[in-house]
Design a protein around this ligand. Structure first.
Ligand SMILES: Nc1ncnc2c1ncn2[C@@H]1O[C@H](COP(=O)(O)OP(=O)(O)OP(=O)(O)O)[C@@H](O)[C@H]1O
Ligand SMILES: [Mg+2]
Length: 391
């Protein structure tokens, strides 16, 4: 057994209602991990506890089990201002990775998808999440170009059936793992139906080895790009003040495909159909200041509501992940040295913006945002569709 002292300052940062309701107790921070005690009843709340832990402390959570009575007793003492030492078992409980896939898309090229994907991958890894950045800009290998990382094997070898996805994973110096795209002629647009099917199968295998997987997709709203975007649990549309109309078009194109896929699935199934909500995140990149980003998002959201949301069972509910200010000089200089903003300039406004996006994303389950579909539902959507005819 290990003895740990409950950190009173740490406890004060948490909402007591969360602690009681979700039956967990933050104890201390050790080696960049938030150590928590939780009861057996809290096992289903791991995802929530990790999110709250990350948003509150910036760290990933380690879970140690304790008995319900013990936890209740400690919470009672804490309310009276008494902070005990606690005994926890030697080893934390194993918690399955979340397997959450986030795709990054845009209609227009060069709006900042790859930069945002790299910086977000770093931020997720920094708070302790096992992160994989997937360069799905096939033919352009955009992440490789930016980080000057050109591993021998790429997705091209996967699609040629020479390698499995696991064999393509490389570690980077930035905290996250990476699967490289291909430089050359291979394009998503050229992908055959069976290649796409194979990808869907294999990505399911790899997804649950990671907490979070980012898909950096190529520009445009072709069927293939949108299908990859919708395979993810969440999609993120990057747009800039100069490309608001393109951002709107990307959301609409993804939504149309979302309707098409879900209509097909519900036609093939006997289940009763409820409401279908597609809730992509928007990132306003290269803004003058935060207020600028927020007001652009608001007008975008209003336009969508007025022009798209006519159909009763399908809804497009865009959400705002946040804005990133424009600082081309810092980005160009940093990336020219194979550095990234989050590591090289952690105190810059850009880094703070990227951190804020990460926190918004991780904290989203606690807000009154659109309820998120269960993890893996994007993939399941495609698996169910693939069970039917080619489409
Ligand atoms: N916040 C920002 N401020 C200023 N410049 C930016 C910002 N974010 C990205 N850029 C610059 O914009 C250019 C395009 O960025 P990036 O390659 O990330 O875009 P992309 O959407 O991935 O492009 P593509 O469509 O070609 O894949 C780069 O030169 C990058 O440094
Ligand atoms: Mg790119």
């Amino acid at each position: 057994m290990r003895e740990l002292t409950i950190d009173s300052e740490l406890i004060k940062k948490f909402n007591p209602i969360h602690l009681e309701h979700h039956e967990f107790l933050p104890i201390t921070v050790e080696n960049n991990k938030l150590i928590t005690a939780h009861t057996e009843n809290a096992t289903n709340h791991h995802e929530f506890i990790r999110n709250v832990g990350q948003v509150t402390t910036g760290y990933d959570t380690l879970f140690y089990s304790i008995k319900t009575e013990r936890l209740k007793h400690e919470l009672k003492l804490i309310k009276q201002g008494i902070y005990h030492r606690m005994l926890v078992s030697e080893k934390p409980n194993q918690v399955a990775p979340r397997g959450n896939i986030l795709s990054v898309i845009s209609n227009k090229g060069g709006v900042g998808k790859t930069t945002v994907s790299i910086e977000l991958a770093h931020q997720f890894a920094r708070v302790g999440l096992k992160t994989l950045l997937f360069d799905l800009d096939l033919g352009n290998a955009d992440v490789s170009n930016k980080l000057k990382l050109f591993p021998e094997h790429t997705l091209y070898d996967f699609f040629n059936k020479e390698k499995e996805l696991e064999e393509l994973v490389v570690r980077t110096d930035y905290g996250f793992h990476f699967i490289p795209g291909e430089c050359g002629e291979f394009k998503l647009a050229n992908m055959t139906w069976s290649q796409k099917q194979r990808f869907f199968r294999y990505i399911q295998k790899i997804a649950f080895q990671y907490d979070i997987i980012l898909f950096d997709l190529g520009a445009g709203i072709t069927r293939h790009v949108i299908d990859f975007a919708l395979m993810a649990d969440d999609s993120c549309i990057v747009t800039t003040p100069n490309d608001i109309i393109s951002g709107y078009a990307a959301a609409k194109a993804a939504f149309m495909r979302f309707i098409e896929i879900n209509s097909k699935i519900s036609k093939d199934s006997a289940e009763e159909v409820g409401e279908f909500i597609y809730a992509p995140w928007f990132i306003l990149n290269q803004v003058n200041n935060q207020r600028h980003g927020t007001s652009l998002y608001q007008s975008l959201s209003k336009t969508i509501d007025e022009h798209v949301n006519q159909n009763s069972i399908f809804k497009l509910n865009p959400e705002f992940l946040g804005s990133v200010i424009s600082d081309r000089a810092l980005l160009t200089d940093t990336y020219a040295k194979r550095e990234i903003i989050g590591l090289k300039h952690p105190n810059s406004e850009l880094a703070s913006n990227y951190r804020q996006l990460t926190h918004q994303y991780l904290g989203s389950n606690q807000q009154d945002a659109t309820p998120k579909p269960p993890r893996g539902s994007g993939l399941m959507r495609f698996v169910r569709m693939l069970g039917g005819a080619r489409s």
